[in-house]
Ligand binder design. Structure first.
Ligand code: NAP
Length: 248
């Protein structure tokens, strides 16, 4: 079935890439392409099956609540979601049990898989460190994705009752990186890079390296289209994270 997709934030970098992806996928069709200042109540079940929202954190919650009120499923890529904001979405969905909302902090399938594989590998290795590498325009460090990966690894190590990671460093002027949940996370900012993450696992005599590279915005589109195809699977619910659809 061809899904009619409206894009909110369509003039932005991600939104414009989504417009292209939706126009070029065999099973999706562009409905409306709206941006700041446009009236989102133009989006209705008569013209749209799924609305994809990539705007700014300050606007995203309001947009999602409007779209829920319009009765269309929503796929959200905008960052900045908190438990409080999610609670407001759940409250709105209680009045619209036929509508679903999906939110992914990261739509890159390689990154989501790398994190899942890292959590799986964690209990088998004494040592683990994360190196995330990004373009120098990024304002936060370490990346949200690296922090999320560190928490996932730490949870797996804790569940396996593992000893702390061995490290005999006596002097550290910062070169050992930030410690997130017991895991050292290093951030590199280098012109020419986009978004890259390595998880290094070590044991006596062996090493495993998991690496995910997002070279450009097209890396997010297979994940966005996957979410669009699954939109409506869980009416009345908000689903967070692409792993929900990756059969892991
Ligand atoms: P961007 O280029 O600044 O685009 C945002 C667009 O949204 C702009 O065209 C902006 O218009 C528009 N906008 C602002 N307020 C709006 C409103 N109330 N209603 C409708 N449109 C509105 O940003 P981007 O690089 O595309 O990133 C968008 C978001 O996606 C960010 O939060 C970013 O962190 C996130 N992101 C997520 C992923 C992921 O995998 N989940 C990947 C990359 C980026 P004006 O410029 O006129 O204000």
């Amino acid at each position: 079935m061809t899904k009619r997709v409206s894009v909110v934030g369509a003039k932005g970098r991600m939104g414009a890439t989504v417009v292209d992806a939706v126009e070029n996928a065999p099973d999706t069709k562009l409905a409306l392409a709206l941006d700041a200042g446009d009236d989102l109540t133009q989006i209705t079940p008569d013209n749209t099956d799924v609305a994809v929202e990539f705007t700014v954190p300050a606007a995203s919650l309001g947009n999602v609540l409007t779209l829920i009120g319009q009765g269309v499923d929503v796929v959200v890529g905008t960052t900045g979601w908190t438990d409080e904001k999610l609670a407001q979405v759940r409250e709105a969905l209680a009045d619209h049990p036929d509508v679903s909302v999906f939110i992914a902090p990261n739509f890159a399938i390689s990154t989501v898989l790398a994190e899942s594989f890292a959590a799986q590998a964690a209990k088998y290795f004494e040592s683990v460190e994360i190196v995330e590498m990004h373009h120098p325009n990024k304002v936060d460090a370490p990346s949200g994705t690296a922090i999320h990966t560190a928490h996932a690894i730490a949870a797996a190590r804790k569940a396996a009752d593992m000893a702390p990671i061995p490290d005999n460093t006596q002097t550290d002027g910062g070169s050992r990186g930030q410690v997130v949940d017991g895991i050292h996370v290093h951030a590199v900012r280098l012109r020419g890079l986009n978004a890259h993450e390595e998880v290094l696992f070590g044991n006596p005599g062996e090493q495993l390296v998991l690496r995910a590279d997002s070279f450009d915005r097209s890396s997010f589109m297979p994940g966005v289209l996957l979410a669009v195809r699954h939109a409506g699977d869980k009416p009345g619910e908000v689903t967070v994270g692409l792993d929900a659809y990756l059969d892991l």
